[in-house]
Unconditional design. Sequence first.
Lengths: 859, 488
Amino acid sequence: MHPRFSIAITSLLLAISCAPISRAAATPVDFSRDIQPILSDNCYACHGPDAKARKAKLRLDTKEGAFRIKEDVAVVLPGNPAKSELVRRITTKDQDDLMPPPDSNHKLTPHQIELLTTWVQQGAKWGVHWAFIPPVRPEIPPVKQKDWPRNPIDAFILAHLEKENLHPSPETPREALSRRVTLDLTGLPPTPAEVDAYLADNSPTAYDKVVDRLLASPRYGERMSWEWLDAARYADTNGYQGDSTRTMWPWRDWVVKALNDNMPFDQFTVEQLAGDLLPSATTDQKIATAFNRNHMINGEGGRIADENRVDYVMDQSETMSTIWLGLTVGCARCHDHKFDPITQKEYYQLYAFFNNTPVTGGGGSGQTAPVVDFTTPEQKAKLAELAEHVQQAGVPITEFEKTLFPREEKQTPDASPAAKALSGNLVNELKRAPEKRGVDGLREMVNFYKAKEPQYADALAKLKKTIEARDQFSASIPRVMVMQDMPKPREAFILTKGAYDKPTVKVTAGTPAILPALSTPGQSAGSASAQSAAPDPSKQPTTQPSQPNRLALARWLVSPNHPLTARVTVNRYWQQFFGTGLVKTVEDFGIQGEKPLHPELLDFLATEFLRTKWNVKALHRLIVTSATYRQSSKITPDLFERDPENRLMARGARFRLPAFALRDQALAAAGLLIEKVGGPPVKPYQPPGIWEEATFGKIAYQQDHGDALYRRSLYTFWRRIVGPTEFFDTAARQYCTVRQTRTNTPLQSLTLLNDPTYNEAARALAQRLLTTEGSTPESRLNTAFRLLLARHPSAEEQSVLLQSLDRLKKQYTADKPAALKLLTIGESKRDESLDPTEHAAYTALCTILLNLDETLTKE
Amino acid sequence: MNPLAANRLHLTRRALFGKTATGIGAAALASLLGKTVARAETAPHSPPLAAGLLPHFPPKAKRVIYLFQNGAPSHVDLFDYKPKLREWQGKDIPPEIQGGKRLSTMTSGQKAKPCLAEISQFKQHGQSGAWVSSFLPHTAAIADDLCFVKSMHTGAVNHAPAITFFLTGAELPGRPTLGAWLTYGLGSDTENLPGYVVMTSRDKEASCGQIFYDFYWGSGFLPSKFQGVKFRGSGDPVLYLSNPDGMDRTVRRGILDDVAKINQLKLRDFGDPEIATRIAQYEMAYKMQMSVPELTDLSNEPKSVLDMYGPDVKRQGSYAYNCLMARRLTERGVRFVQVMHAGWDQHRNLNTQLKIQCQDTDQPSAALVKDLKMRGLLDDTLVIWGGEFGRTPFLQGDIKDTRQWGRDHHPYSFTLWLAGGGIKPGLSYGASDEFGHNAVENPVDVHDFQATLLHLLGIDHERMTFKFQGRRFRLTDVEGNLVKALLA
């Protein structure tokens, strides 16, 4: 076992973290767990890695700094608190000497002071931040309740519970487990037949069979893609002004397929970060790199191209850092990181990996080259025809401009004295041949010349029309923005305060010194499966890069000795299944991040992930087959008091389903869901006027019809400036987001009660119940419960709901027009042979069912 | 156990083990809806209010109405009178004034930078003698109630980053907005309406391409319940507010009661306090369905009040309507009302558009201040009027072509005004140079402005923080100085 984990969790830690756990016997203070967080949080801002912000030339983030002896005064004298200036400064009554200074708004608690003093007393053992040391596979801890663990996860959880004198919860009933695991692995509820098959299977492997079936389902990839798209800030438009459309969806389909194919995570990493640089890169490998280009594009008039470009490169390197390193390197954009050992120079060294594409930042197209172009021969012909129209429309313009802008023959019109007084925009247009002009510029020209030179303005207007026609057609053809490095890397510099126009010191691509060294170019650092993507170093491209490139970076991330990637990744998945990561700050494994309460479990999972060659499905199988996962999620008052946030996992996870899954669940239970994997995004119901209001009427929402209304939420068109209205608590898809948030607000209730999606689902579900032959109210209610909750209603529930049904029937019998109105919501056809009042009553009943806490919750 | 956790536990224990169903609902309501107590599992950080940390000192203002003028109103045509520009009309602005400062690409390529005098007429108004343009007669008439900050400056030269900077303290999207910080920190005084409401409008000619991004009212890393709720300009003000066709209030009430009954059974069996919250939130949704129509029903507004706001007041989605609605929201306890109006981006239509723009906004803005004052609300309501930057004192375009005159974005000096809520009325603070180009006397940057705003609400801007990604973030980042001279 690694020494860092040899110490039992002490009451000291628990007091710091306010964890709901009783005191155990006091044990030695641990630097990384107990001391460094205090120093970092309270001292590093002035005595940390950032040299520019450092006061009194004192740093407490290194051993040398903390143990400094100057003029016979030791900052920390191991074993001797009385002679340690640090201890004196944190305990003094002298307000001028007190640390942290009273005006810093930081104040140590008596407990923290005691910890620091004890640490010095005990010899002030120094250490390295836990997350920067590669995980070592821990031993499986012994437990008393030997019949509980199903796999090593459980041993770690149980060992901790036993230390706390807590017991795990009993296994959740099969029905509930079946719903939980099916929702978790496929994002959809189980069908009654699937539940029945599981209930009828008495073999010891019954549950494993269910899990295997779910992992093999194409729905698995669709479910697992969502959080990856959030992290990758995937959307169907650019964001910012104009918010033009892009066609990145083939990349989304690549993700779904990769997850369904169980592509090893190292290959998943290498192909997305640097697939273009693999030898003989396939089209798919190039498409994978669209990951990097999912960032927003700013087409605002007046933007400086290079400023945009720098923003994009920063976004790319920071997204990589959040997802793989779990580090907040963005903090080092303007200065050395205040807490973690990442210098500003290292920030720009990471930046330099992404700085080498031919993208200039100019223009606002969502199909800015380099792209993988999906144009078919027919589309090509049509494009040529439209281009010809543009060419034709340009001919009279050229003629007009000969007279309007007299100049020497070789010159362009902007050189004419007649162009001198024109605005910058117009001059820019005149620099370009007519067919190369932009729609916005032409609009401006038309306005400018409408009165002065009406004929010229007319010709310009015609040209604008043909250009629009060409552009519109062209934009509908998928061209996926991907990565490609220029033969010669662009020079990279440290930028003062991150400003694009304030470069200082030149840097080359490199990785932070605190992490393992990067292999030199040409060497492969990946594991077996990553190497299989690029097997032989000798077959590297003939032009050796002069500095390490993205491929080297990607391979470095998945090298077996990397301390972060595997931990950060398994932690994100843990969050997905259990609602909170083992490290709650999934985006920050740095010194200010949360220390894991179960460090051995985290390291076990990380090393297991490596051992299985980054096998994601195996990891998911391990999690969902654990006894930990299979516990009941009931909460007892005692357990709630001890552990309100369920960090110890003495019970199963219970939290509201993400909004996308709520919609999918409703569609599935209603029998409306259209299961078709992939393709262009779809536009389901949305209240009128949302896009129009956001874009001043320039962009209208054109809702789709037919099957497109019932596709999985994953395929919903995502306009970045105003995301789909039916999803709440979701990432904005503007920047990389990895932390899941869950709130509980009345606006969410209104959505679930009043969005036509759910009203229609209620109607369709009602119809499903009513068209089952020979059924009674009881049996219908039963069917509805099984479709939504995978169980039968209790006698109490049945009694409440049958009374509801009676009342609703009376209400709708008394008001048939209302019944008919309710049944017209949504575009799917209703079965007109059904009695509308009864159908409406059942629709309202299904609205109740769709809004039950249990329906909305993964239980 | 620390007091926060104890408090939380107390609430949830009450919620859990209250003897009656109403007991559960009431406890959950009190803890969750009214006073903005974040959930343990949804917000890892307890809000300052619940911890008794806020306000830091007695507030002067209890609520804020921010009249955000998107696109950047021209300070040199509206508030910042510079006779020197008339003298220099048509002549290039001296290079030592312009100083090669960064401009948007719309004028950075333009070789000539001829000075352009105000296109309106300036006069001094009221006892305070504030300079206000003839384009803004209604604002001029209440000059003594206003405090003009004439030395604002910012770092951004493009709209979206500059607006984001004003509202979040950072140029790139992703930080919480002012309204989110305030509802997070101070909670809400209403149980039936969101604590942070946003309304948008634009000029009638739609001359301006500015877009209202949802991150202008986002909650950034704060829990999403603190994000602004955008009231829409047409139809239901709140999305999904209306019951579906064919489901009246009686049916809906019955449905909600049944949902609550089953959820109570679940709560009894499972003990998850989140269930109590859900019961409460459904009830709150129902209340909101009642209170929003009441809010937007103007039938009880006296004609004199409606007239004060001008002819557009009854048109949903107009600036005038939004100003009136801001007052009505304020009366009902909403903490932060953000009214955004686009249309101030006069790059090439200064002579035609600026006046129209002023006509649309001048009267409602002034009416709001007067209306609040009449009701005694102005004393503890802070009203802010201003854009994201100013406009160049020199011309964009061709000086001969008056119809196409324009001014480009200008971050180096501009004016905004404040009223009510602890602000010194009748003050003109700070000054730009004689060309209106650079803020030279008592310059106020955006973080200073934000620090001052928070101060008025009883918050020390350095002490309201939220830990995210290992760092304690604040609205004012690492900057910001209180501008004491603005305080009454």
